[in-house]
Write a protein that binds this ligand. Structure first.
Ligand SMILES: *Cc1c(COP(=O)(O)O)cnc(C)c1O
Length: 364
């Protein structure tokens, strides 16, 4: 049997006629950038979160970067962020001109709230949290610290659309919630797209200017902006994807439940689920001391897995000049060398799930 890590085609086929109708509608409208489809999606995405504003942008990285820039965080400033995340989280801080200060992670792959205070300096302006793999961070503690030190909170929600912490949707805790709609994400476009949600009218206004050449009115450029707009076709497609976000999340949750129940192997540590949170399992991470051997073993059985992420941000070559050394952020480094992500997606079959469980249990 062959089990691919991700098969987007299955999700596409499930909603094919709706996706195609939406795309055709946008194509036939004769208006392709900053039009009604985007407006409609922004309204729906804001309403989904019970937030006042949503600004559609080009991708998830830009959503984060424009949020940082809109807060006027830049040169000379520091932003605290977990080391175990996709590089985009940290790059958003660097691209805005600020410095990412990396901290370690907790047992749930979120930023370790007990380590936050130690990382705060006079230059710290914000904490960027990542609801990694689809599981919300410890928001109560993070918000309390942010409040005490008057820091902004930016949520990287790229992997956690529809996840919640104590009954409240992620993306609604911080000053801004930043989303990616990269095709594999829990709400996926058929191309690149991203968005920011917020209740702050000043930030919303700045982000919508920054995404469109720093302009509110044509040819009046108030700030140094960029071009990062969600196009009409992606906005139309996302209207369909958003309708099915909860359905997709429950489908992946069932796959996760099957893995959690079925995998029994002393060499493997299953992911811990935080109480009082709704985890949406964008990724199903297991830990194994012999990760690379497990990866090869599964490949031989036709099971394709991935690693999220093999190098923690503080040790990435692009951050060499920040001077971090191996051993500085030990839990993140340990996860980077032991994590393996199992196939989990809309349309994965019962047979495929059983096959994965069966083969993992045979690993010795
Ligand atoms: C996907 C992702 C991003 C970046 O999103 P893009 O749309 O690819 O730019 C940022 N942060 C995390 C945690 C992600 O998974």
């Amino acid at each position: 049997m062959n089990v691919n890590y991700s098969v987007l085609e299955r999700q596409y086929k499930k909603y094919q006629s709706e996706y195609e109708e939406a795309a055709l509608r946008a194509m036939r409208s004769g208006w392709y950038i900053l039009g009604n489809e985007l407006k409609k999606f922004e309204d729906n995405f804001a309403a989904f979160h019970g937030m006042t504003y949503c600004i559609g942008v080009g991708n998830g990285l830009d959503a984060l970067r424009l949020a940082v820039e809109a807060m006027e965080i830049g040169k000379g400033d520091e932003v605290i962020v977990q080391a175990n995340t996709y590089i985009a989280t940290a790059l958003a801080i660097s691209e805005a001109g600020a410095v990412p200060v990396f901290v370690d992670t907790d047992a749930f792959f979120g930023i370790h709230s007990d380590l936050l205070e130690k990382a705060i300096t006079s230059k710290t302006k914000a904490i960027m949290v990542v609801h990694l793999y689809g599981q919300p961070c410890e928001m109560d503690k993070i918000l309390a610290i942010a409040k005490e030190y008057k820091l902004r909170v930016i949520e990287d929600c790229a992997q956690a659309h529809g996840a919640s912490y104590k009954g409240k949707l992620i993306g609604t805790f911080g000053d801004v919630g930043c989303f990616s709609f990269y095709p594999t994400k829990p709400v996926g476009a058929l191309g690149d797209a991203g968005a920011v949600v917020t209740n702050d009218n000043v930030l919303a206004e700045r982000i919508s200017m920054l995404r469109n050449y720093g302009s509110r009115m044509k040819y009046q450029h108030e700030v140094l902006g960029m071009n990062s707009r969600m196009d009409e076709i992606q906005a139309a497609i996302l209207g369909v994807a958003l309708k099915y976000v909860n359905q997709g999340n429950s489908e992946r949750k069932k796959v996760a439940a099957a893995y959690l129940e079925g995998i029994h192997n002393a060499k493997i540590i299953l992911p811990k689920i935080k109480p009082e949170t709704k985890h949406v399992f964008h990724i199903f991470p297991i830990l194994c001391d012999e990760r690379d051997r497990l990866y090869e073993f599964l490949e031989k059985q036709g099971i394709h897995t991935q690693i999220h992420y093999p190098i923690p941000c503080h040790l990435a070559k692009c951050y060499q000049e920040l001077g971090y050394q191996v051993g500085d952020i030990p839990i993140a480094e340990h996860y980077a060398s032991t994590e393996l992500s199992l196939p989990i997606y809309v349309g994965i079959t019962k047979e495929e799930i059983s096959y994965v469980i069966d083969r993992i249990n045979q690993f010795e």
